[in-house]
Design a protein. Sequence first.
Length: 115
Amino acid sequence: VQLVESGGGLVQPGGSLRLSCAASGFTFSTYNMRWYRQAPGKERELVAAIASPGGSTQYADSVKGRFTISRDNAKNTMYLQMNSLKPEDTAVYYCNAYFAFIDYWGQGTQVTVSS
């Protein structure tokens, strides 16, 4: 089982990034998917979630209206489109897949928002 995040980097405030999470080794379409993030010195927090196979979505209040979560089950990939980025969005972003009592995590990708 693998979850591999990509798309992180350094961006100026107000900019955009699109994160990807490529999944392998399990039936992606049956898993609910989430993006989490963890900033230095802070606890990991849930950013966005999308249900299997691609229905309802949920967002943290801090990212509503700026971030969009989506998935492409044919490509076994989840995305997080991040617009109007703020310095407080700086964190390591993690991909998570969960179903019943099974939980898979990616290694994380760094997002830094700074001028």
